[in-house]
Design a protein around this ligand. Structure first.
Ligand code: SF4
Ligand code: SF4
Ligand code: SF4
Ligand code: FES
Length: 826
C-alpha cells in the first residue's frame, strides 16, 4: 500500500493505483475524457491534469501517473482550471456545435465539462470539420465532426472486443478516427464503442431520437439471451424499453455487451407478441378469455394424466422461481417427464460432469479466467456463443499472455488472437483430440494422479488414442496435441471451456467426461484461479439444472417424450418457452410427435411454428417483464427485474403456473418471487441460506468462486467414427443470434436477416459458388435450400448453417448428430 495526500486529505491506496484512481477512491472528482476503468491508461486528452508537489509543481495527467509514497497532489487550483479550460477550448476548435440535435445531449462528457469550466468563448479559431456521417450500417452512426480523439473506441474495440475496427489516421488537425480504408463501419456491431464514446460521435441508431437520457427510467436486469448473464440496464420510457444502457458498476460484464444484449431487445415490443390466450376450435386457433383457456388446459391435462401421462418441456429462459413452480406443477400433475432440452444435450453434459467430478456446474468464475496462463476452448468460439466471455479470454491473451488452444472444426475470432493455436479437427472429432491430450499427460508423466480414481481403466481406454493415430484420424498434428497437453500441465492457472446447448447435442456426455478428465489430470478442477467452465446456451440454463428441470429417475427425457408422443404413448405435451419445431433436432420426428399427441399446450410469447400446432396457447412474458433470478454459467445467481408491463393480457410464466397449480389442488400460493426463492433456498442444497433481497449488484455465486469437486474420477470414453462424405454439414450458433428469439429482434436481424449456408473459400471455388447463390443441401432426412455465404474460416469439406431460423428448417437434415453428411448443388 502507498500513502499520499490529495487536496490535503491523507489517503492509503494500492501500489498499482493511478492518482486518478486514488482520488476517486477518496471521493475527489477529477474530470476525465479519455480514461475508462476497463481500458489501459492512455493519457491523450489532458483534462485530468493535476499538480504534484514532488514534480516541482508540474501538471501531469492523473489518469496515467502511478501513485508513489508521500506524494502530495493538488487537483484544483486557478492554474489547473485555466489549463483545463484551454484544453477544452482546443477540443472545441473544430468541434461542431449542434448539441440540440445530438442524441448524446444530457450525458455528453464534453458538454458537461464545457459547462463546468464555463467555456463560453474560444480564443482559438479553426475551420469546423465537415466530415460525412457514416450511417451505412443499420445500428451504429458515426459522426466524426463530434470526435474529441480520446481513442476510447479504438482501444475498446481492440483491447476488449478483439476486433480492431478503428484506428487514428492522418496527422495534426487532420487526425481522425477511421476504419480500414476509411470505409463505412462493417464489424460485429457489439456497440462497445457506442458505450465508450464520451461525446455524440458514435451513437446507437435504433435509439436515435427516442428519448433524452433524463427521461429514461433505468432498470438493471439480466440479459435474456445467453448463459453469460450480463447485466443490462433497460432504458424505459412510457412503459417501453427504448434502449439498453451501459452499466459498468454491476454484474460480471464490466458494462460489456454483445450485439444480442445491446441491440437484441426489439422483440420485447414486437407487434406479433401474443396478447390473448388461443384455443383451437374447428381446426383454427381463436382468441379466448383466460378462464376458458385455463379450463381447457385443466380438462386436457386431467384427461391425459389418467391416460398415458403428460410430458413437460421447458426452455431455459424461465426464472429459477418459475422453474421451481413448474417442477411442483409437474409433481402435482403426477409426471416426472420433465426436461429442458432436446437431443439430451443438457442431460448428457450434466450426467458426464456428475460422474467425474460429482458436481453439475462450472468449477470457477469468469473473472478468474482473465489471469489464467493457459486456456483450452472446446468446440465453440466463445465469441459466438458467449461473446462477453470471449472478451475475457481476449484479455487473458492480450494482457496476461495466456496461451490459447482451441479444439474445433472451424476457425473463429479466437483463432485470430495472438499466438492462438487452433487444433482444427474434422467435425465430430473433439473427443478423440481430448482423449489424445489425456494420453500425452499420462504417457509423459505430466498427469496429476494422486487421489484420482479410475486411472488404470482410463489408461486402457486410451489405448487407441496415441497422438499420431489421432492425428491420422482427425487431421490435428501429434505435435499440436502434445504442445497443448504440456501447456495445460505446466500452467499454474488454467481454464477449460466447454459450450453446450441445442445445436451441440451429439455425444454430449462423452464430451463432458473427456473435458472433465483433462480438468482432473491437469489439477485444474477446484484449483484457485482455474476451472472447468460449462457454458449453457440460454440465460438460465444453469438454473434449469440446479432446479432439477431434468427427467426423474425412470421418467422420460425430451427425446424419449417425443418418441413416446410419436408412438401414441403420451397423452399430452406441455411446452413452455421453447419452439421445438425450429430448435430441436429431427424435424420429421417432431412433426410426427406433435401431430400424434392428443393434447398440446404451448406457453410462449410468439405464435411460433410449435405454438401453431397447439390445442391451447397461453401468452407469456419476456425477461423484461419478469421478477426473479437467473443463474449464469459460473453459478452466479442474479436479479431479474421487470422494466415494463406485459402486453395485452399476457401473464408471466410464474402467474400461469400458480393458476394451474391451484386448479389442480396445490394450495401453496406465493405472493412474490422472493417467497418462492425462500422455498428454493429451503429445498435446493446449493441455494441454502440465500435470500433474494440479499442478492447484491454482483449477484451471489453459489458454491463460491471455486467449486471444489466432490470426487475426482476419470472415465474412459469412446469416440464415434468420423463420418465420411465429400461435404459435412455442422450446425451451431452464430454471433448475431441466440436461440430463436433474436430472429424477432430488429437489431440482430438487420445484420443477419436470414438463414445461410457458409462455405470455405476452397469449396466455394470448387463448386463455383458465390455469396447469395441458392444451394440445395441434400441429406438422408430430406433436402433444404439455403443462400450461400463464403468465408475464410471453414476447412475444405465442411459447411455450416446456424440453427436459429424457423424458415431454414435445418433440423430436416440435422437429427442431433455431430455432423451430417450432405450433398450440395446449385
Ligand atoms: S461495434 Fe464493436 S466491433 Fe464494431 S467497431 Fe464498435 S466496438 Fe468494434
Ligand atoms: S469517436 Fe468517440 S470514442 Fe472514438 S476517439 Fe472520438 S470521441 Fe473518442
Ligand atoms: S447475449 Fe450473452 S454475452 Fe451477449 S450481452 Fe447477453 S448475456 Fe452477455
Ligand atoms: S483522462 Fe487523463 S489524459 Fe484523458
Amino acid at each position: 500500500m502507498v500513502n499520499l495526500t490529495i487536496d490535503g486529505k491523507q489517503i492509503t491506496v494500492k501500489k498499482s493505483a493511478t492518482i486518478y484512481e486514488a482520488a476517486k477512491e477518496a471521493g475527489i472528482d477529477i474530470p476525465v475524457l479519455c480514461y475508462a476503468k476497463k481500458l489501459l491508461p492512455y493519457g491523450a486528452c489532458r483534462v485530468c491534469l493535476v499538480e504534484v508537489e514532488q514534480m516541482k509543481g508540474r501538471l501531469i495527467p492523473s489518469c496515467t501517473t502511478p501513485v508513489t509514497e508521500g506524494m502530495v497532489v493538488t487537483t484544483t487550483s486557478p492554474e489547473i482550471t485555466k489549463v483545463r479550460k484551454t484544453v477544452l477550448e482546443f477540443l472545441l476548435v473544430n468541434h461542431v456545435v449542434e448539441c440540440p440535435v445530438c442524441d448524446k445531449a444530457g450525458e455528453c462528457d464534453l458538454q458537461d465539462l464545457t459547462f463546468e469550466y464555463e467555456v463560453v468563448k474560444n480564443r482559438f479559431s479553426g475551420e469546423k470539420f465537415d466530415l460525412p456521417t457514416d450511417e451505412v450500417n443499420p445500428l451504429i452512426e458515426r459522426n466524426m465532426n463530434r470526435c474529441v480523439l480520446c481513442g476510447k473506441c479504438v482501444r475498446v474495440c481492440d483491447e476488449i472486443v478483439g476486433y480492431g475496427s478503428y484506428s487514428f489516421i492522418n496527422r495534426g488537425f487532420e487526425t481522425k478516427i477511421a476504419t480500414a480504408f476509411d470505409r463505412g463501419l462493417n464489424c460485429e456491431f457489439c456497440g462497445q464503442c457506442v458505450s465508450m464514446c464520451p461525446v455524440g460521435a458514435i451513437l446507437p441508431r435504433p435509439f436515435k431520437f427516442k428519448a433524452r437520457p433524463w427521461q429514461l427510467n433505468e432498470v438493471d436486469t439480466v440479459c435474456g439471451y445467453c448463459g453469460n448473464g450480463c447485466t443490462v440496464t433497460l432504458g424505459v420510457l412510457n412503459d417501453k424499453v427504448e434502449t439498453i444502457r451501459f452499466n459498468d458498476k454491476t454484474g460480471v460484464n464490466d458494462g460489456n455487451l454483445c450485439i444480442r444484449g445491446r441491440f437484441g431487445y426489439g422483440y420485447i415490443h414486437h407487434e406479433d407478441r401474443i396478447r390473448k390466450p388461443l384455443i383451437r376450435k374447428d381446426g383454427q386457433l381463436v382468441e379466448a378469455e383466460w378462464e376458458e383457456a385455463i379450463e381447457a388446459v385443466v380438462q386436457g391435462f386431467d384427461r391425459a394424466r389418467n391416460e398415458k401421462g403428460i410430458g413437460v418441456l421447458a426452455g431455459a429462459r424461465l426464472t429459477n422461481e418459475e422453474f421451481f413452480l413448474l417442477k411442483n406443477l409437474a409433481k402435482t400433475l403426477g409426471t416426472g417427464n420433465l426436461d429442458h432440452s432436446g437431443g439430451e444435450c443438457y442431460k448428457g453434459v450434466t450426467e458426464g460432469l456428475f460422474e467425474t467430478l460429482g458436481v453439475k456446474a462450472s468449477t470457477g468464475t469468469f473473472p478468474q479466467v482473465e489471469s489464467c496462463d493457459t486456456v483450452l476452448a472446446i468446440r465453440s468460439d466463445f465469441y459466438e456463443t458467449h461473446p462477453v466471455f470471449g472478451m475475457v479470454v481476449n484479455q487473458a491473451v492480450k494482457r496476461h499472455d495466456a496461451q490459447l488452444f482451441i479444439v474445433s472444426d472451424k476457425k473463429g475470432k479466437f483463432s485470430k488472437l495472438p499466438h492462438a493455436k487452433t487444433l482444427l479437427g474434422k467435425p465430430g472429432t473433439e473427443i478423440q483430440i481430448l482423449n489424445a491430450i489425456a494420453r500425452v499427460l499420462l504417457d509423459e508423466g505430466l498427469a496429476v494422479t494422486e487421489g484420482v480414481e479410475g486411472i488404470e481403466e482410463l489408461k486402457i481406454g486410451l489405448a487407441k488414442f496415441a497422438p499420431n493415430e489421432v492425428a491420422d484420424r482427425t487431421g490435428v498434428s501429434a505435435e499440436a496435441i502434445e504442445t497443448a497437453a504440456r501447456a495445460l500441465s505446466s500452467a499454474k492457472k488454467s481454464a477449460i471451456l466447454l459450450a453446450y446447448g441445442l445445436p451441440y447435442t451429439a455425444q454430449s456426455k462423452e464430451l463432458a467426461i473427456a473435458a472433465a478428465n483433462l480438468a482432473i489430470l491437469t489439477g485444474n478442477a477446484g484449483r484457485e484461479g482455474s476451472g472447468l467452465y460449462l457454458c449453457g446456451e440460454k440465460s438460465n440454463s444453469q438454473g434449469a439444472i440446479d432446479l432439477g428441470i431434468l427427467p426423474e429417475q425412470g421418467a422420460l427425457g425430451a427425446k424419449a417424450m417425443l418418441e413416446a408422443a410419436q408412438s401414441s404413448n403420451l397423452s399430452a405435451l406441455y411446452v413452455v418457452g421453447e419452439d421445438l419445431l425450429t430448435s430441436y433436432p429431427d424435424r420429421s420426428q417432431l412433426e410426427a410427435a406433435l401431430k400424434a399427441v392428443p393434447f398440446l399446450v404451448v406457453q410462449d410469447i410468439f405464435l411460433s411454428p410449435t405454438a401453431q400446432q397447439a390445442n391451447v396457447v397461453l401468452p407469456a412474458t419476456s425477461f423484461a417483464e419478469k421478477d426473479g433470478t437467473f443463474t449464469n454459467a459460473e453459478r452466479r445467481i442474479q436479479r431479474v427485474r421487470p422494466g415494463v408491463s406485459s402486453p395485452g393480457e399476457a401473464k408471466t410464466d410464474f402467474e400461469i403456473f400458480e393458476i394451474l397449480s391451484a386448479r389442480f389442488g396445490r394450495n401453496v400460493s406465493y405472493t412474490s418471487a422472493a417467497a418462492v426463492f425462500a422455498d428454493i433456498a429451503a429445498n435446493i442444497q446449493e441455494y441454502a441460506g440465500l435470500q433474494m433481497e440479499a442478492i447484491g449488484a454482483q449477484g451471489v455465486v453459489w458454491g463460491g468462486d471455486i467449486l471444489a469437486p466432490k470426487k475426482k474420477r476419470v472415465v474412459a470414453v469412446a469416440a464415434e467414427d468420423v463420418a465420411n462424405s465429400e461435404f459435412l454439414l455442422v450446425t451451431g450458433s452464430s454471433l448475431y443470434h441466440s436461440g430463436t428469439m433474436s430472429t424477432r429482434a430488429k437489431g440482430p436481424l438487420s445484420v443477419v436477416s436470414e438463414p445461410y449456408l457458409e462455405f470455405g473459400q476452397e469449396d466455394a471455388k470448387k463448386l463455383n459458388v458465390v455469396d447469395g447463390d441458392m444451394i440445395t443441401v441434400k441429406a438422408e432426412g430430406g433436402q433444404i435450400k439455403l443462400k450461400a455465404k463464403v468465408d475464410r474460416r471453414l476447412p475444405q469439406g465442411v459447411v455450416f448453417a446456424p440453427y436459429h431460423f424457423a424458415s431454414a428448417e435445418i433440423n430436416r437434415l440435422y437429427k442431433g448428430e455431430a455432423v451430417v453428411p450432405v450433398q450440395l448443388s446449385k
